[in-house]
Design a protein around this ligand. Structure first.
Ligand SMILES: [Zn+2]
Length: 70
């Protein structure tokens, strides 16, 4: 896989590359998602779409989690 260099830089001024990362939040595995990685500081930025998906899933799990505990 060839890294795609993005036309805009990281906050630190480093070059951002499109990459894939395995995403996990609060023990929930979201699988491999596309992200932007800074070649300089190593920051990873998830796509807006992915962030939305994670937020929705967390909200959902929270509701289910509460129901399960009762
Ligand atoms: Zn950076």
């Amino acid at each position: 896989m060839v890294d795609e260099i993005l036309p805009y830089p990281c906050k630190c001024g480093g070059v951002l590359k499109r990459s894939k990362t395995s995403v996990e939040f609060f023990g929930i595995d979201f699988g491999i998602k596309s992200c932007e990685v800074c070649a300089k500081c190593g920051s990873e930025y998830l796509d807006d779409e992915t962030v939305e998906e994670i937020e929705m899933e967390l909200k959902k799990r929270k509701i289910f989690g509460l129901e399960k505990e009762v």
